[in-house]
Structure formats: C-alpha cells, structure tokens
Design a protein around this ligand. Structure first.
Ligand code: KIV
Length: 270
C-alpha cells in the first residue's frame, strides 16, 4: 500500500521519507527550474536541486565550480514550481569545508530558499560536518560511493564496492552519517550487492543512483532520464524519452514553417 494517497498528492516531509524505508520505494529526480519542477510536482517524493546543474544547465565539464549563489538561485526557482515533494539543495564543492563554513552556507540555504534539507558528499570523514548541521536544525541528506565532487582527487569517476574491504568501508560511512543525524543517504555508483549491504546496515533510507534495485529509493538526473544530456550516457541511465530528438524535430518543423510563411497562420494572428 502507498504511504501517499493518489499519486503523491500530499506534502512530503522528512517523516514521510523515514516511514518509507522497507515499505515503499522513494522516487527522486533532479530539477533546476520552476517549469520542470511544476511538471514533477505531485509525481515524485523528492526533488534534488543537484550541483549536476553545473554540467547539464551551465555546460561545464564537472560539478566543481558550482557556487552557493547558483544553488540558491536554482533552488528558489524549483521551490516556486513545486510545493509537494521534499526539496533538497545540493551543497556545492567548497561550501562545507569546515563546520563554520557549512553552517553559514546551509543557513543561507534555509533562509533564502524553501528547501527542507541540504545534501553533502562524504562518508565518515565528513560525519562531523553532518553532525554540526543537524545539531543546528538543518536536515542533511548524505551522499556516499561515487562522489562527483571527489572527481579530481580520486582521479576519475570510480565504481565502488567491488570487494568486501570496500563494502565494509562504505557501510562504516553510512553508519557514521546515520549516527551524525542524516535523514537519508544517496548511494551512487556502487555494485548492487554493496548497495544492498549498506541499505541493510542502516535504519535510514538509502537512495540509489547506479546502485541497483535494492536501495530504498532511486534518483536520476532529469536531463539524463529524458534524453536531453547527450555528452555521455552512463550505463545506469534509462532514457524514458528522447527529449533531444523531440526538441530538434519540433524546432525544425517551426523553422520550416517560418521560412515557408506557414507560421503564423490565421489561427495565430490577431
Ligand atoms: O548533483 C546531482 O544531481 C547529484 C545526483 C547525481 C545524486 O548529486
């Protein structure tokens, strides 16, 4: 049975998400603007304003140059478009390098947007930051496994959980985040058996991306899942539509009609 009545029609809160573990898979997508957020409103449990916007929205090669100002601007837009999902602002690289910086920036997230939580990347080495935030009444979504903000220091995007030693490290990371007060954890780019073990080792929900089917929920980046981001397609991305082709064909239709003076016809003329 669904936690929600009629297709996620109620406001999703932190306690809704907590209750979904082991009961009903959590759905999360990213959004960066009000238009798409409105389309997603009432259909997903959570929206992440991911720093992936630096790549798919701004056209940069990685997420590292995203700024707090950018994240706040896009989160304001998403909050203007969607009222029902739980909205999470992704803290950008460098915005949580120590407790004081993290509290200052996450306080901005709460004061300047209606996001209900922030997300930070890192395992047990960052648990003290998560604790500082949660002790200051800021809800935190953790993020472990493949962490895009570690791209340069790790020397690339690396799939995690390939052996028992790494699975044990990931479990320790997840447990440290839970102990620090995180309400849920994104588990990215890990072998499915590792994601299953992590999910079973904590009592807060795990939300997988490239982590198999055994997590408590799934997240995808909207521009990947709707086929708009064409630079590359990771194995875990399922394209639910081919947005790029749809737009190109529609645009071509429009330009032909303009060139042929078919548009605007009577119907579209005052
Ligand atoms: O920035 C982002 O979109 C993310 C997701 C990939 C989880 O962190």
């Amino acid at each position: 049975m669904s936690i929600h009545t009629e297709n996620v029609a109620k406001k999703v809160t932190l306690s809704t998400i907590a209750k979904m573990k082991g009961v009903e898979p959590i759905t999360m997508v990213t959004a960066y603007d009000a238009l798409f957020a409105k389309l997603f409103d009432g259909q997903v449990d959570m929206i992440l304003v991911g720093d992936s916007l630096n790549m798919s929205f701004l056209g940069k090669e990685d997420t590292l140059s995203a700024t707090m100002d950018q994240m706040i601007y896009h989160t304001q837009a998403v909050c203007n478009g969607a009222s029902l999902p739980l909205i999470v602002l992704d803290m950008p690289f460098g915005s949580y390098i120590n407790e004081e910086t993290a509290i200052r920036n996450a306080t901005r997230a709460y004061q300047e947007t209606n996001a209900q939580a922030v997300k930070i990347e890192g395992g047990k080495e960052r648990a003290y930051i998560v604790k500082a935030l949660t002790q200051n009444s800021i809800a935190v979504l953790g993020h472990i496994g493949l962490m895009p903000q570690f791209l340069r220091s790790d020397g690339g995007y690396k799939i995690r959980g390939k052996d028992q030693a790494d699975i044990d490290r990931l479990i320790e990371d997840a447990q440290a985040l839970e102990a620090a007060g995180a309400f849920a954890i994104v588990v990215e780019g890990v072998k499915s058996e590792a994601a299953k073990a992590i999910t079973e080792a904590v009592s807060i929900p795990t939300i997988g991306i490239g982590a198999g089917v055994d997590t408590d929920g799934q997240v995808l980046v909207w521009s990947d899942m709707f086929g708009f981001f064409e630079a590359f397609k990771p194995k875990f991305v399922k394209q639910y539509c081919n947005g790029a082709t749809l737009i190109r064909e529609s645009l071509s239709h429009y330009t032909q009609e303009v060139k042929n003076r078919q548009f605007p016809s009577e119907e579209f003329t005052y």
